[in-house]
Design a protein around this ligand. Sequence first.
Ligand code: GLA
Length: 350
Amino acid sequence: MRRERAAAFAPGRVNLIGEHTDYNQGLALPFAIAEGVTVRGEALDPRSSDAQRVYAHALDLGETDEFPLADIPRLEGWRAFVRGTAAELLQAGYPIPGAHLEIGGDLEQGAGLSSSAALEVALCLALADLASVTPLDRIAIARLCERVEHDWAGAQTGMLDQLASLYGAPDTAMCIDFRTLQIEPVSLRLDGWRFVLVGSGERHANASSGYNERRAECRRACELLGIDSLRDVSADGVAKLPELLRARAEHVLGENTRVKDTVAALRAQDMPAVAALLNASHESLRDLYEVSTPAVERTVAQMRKDGAAGARLMGGGFGGSVLGLFAPEIPTPPGAREVRPGPGAHLLVE
Ligand code: GLA
């Protein structure tokens, strides 16, 4: 028997450190945040004439979408994620029914907090539940959502955002090794230190930014060195690359080390060391990976002026949010908001 109603919540994410490492089989240290996307679904009566169609309503945008499950046409914007997730679930053998879907939540779009991943993950959980089949395991969901990004939204992203949304836990960041997909919980005992976010005022979008170009540059560097991923690059290898690719590879090499160092610093509760690593990550993303913008630079500079011990651009770059770390005695500046690790994606019992 199919379930008639299902609802799911999937959070956005903050990435503490480890940027542009996921698609290079490297390391990252994200956590899920409290804000996220909620999808409520109601299966259509299988005997009705529109039983094989999906009707979606994006509450905050006041927009709707409608498509047949038999042959799902492509569209852009938020509709690409809904259509792509439904198509990929069907492709994976999940007999999802026609349904009304209501999409809501409190996660700002374009803020670099992974609203698209949260949407895909919430859709996956709700639709699979409506299909009343064994839920996919979390790694399979993340892979499916990655295909949605690549094949439906045109963004060659890795799985950082989806894994962070799926594996979130209160008071815990997770160290993800993208080569093995092993996820190690790292407890965040902050003792009054705070992670805060400030928007750069510039909308972030993977598909239309330089994101895909960066990924292609990494692939080119690997081809030249005859390696599978930049996880395998050595300092000697980096030195052999042409200037631009050398800078990209140097960032990835350094960023993987910074993730390991941040995990060690958090375990030692050495927050000034964490702050210094955030600053070093920013410099590398700005100078070597070149994913910063004047608006992001202004936001980082302002945050440091406001007393942040560490501040850096977060996520793919090219806009979005800036992450700062504040010591207990420094007040959170106006316009900044504190973020803490919250629970991962889950079904809602209503
Ligand atoms: C975006 C992508 C992720 C990851 C980050 C950069 O958020 O969706 O896969 O590559 O950028 O770390």
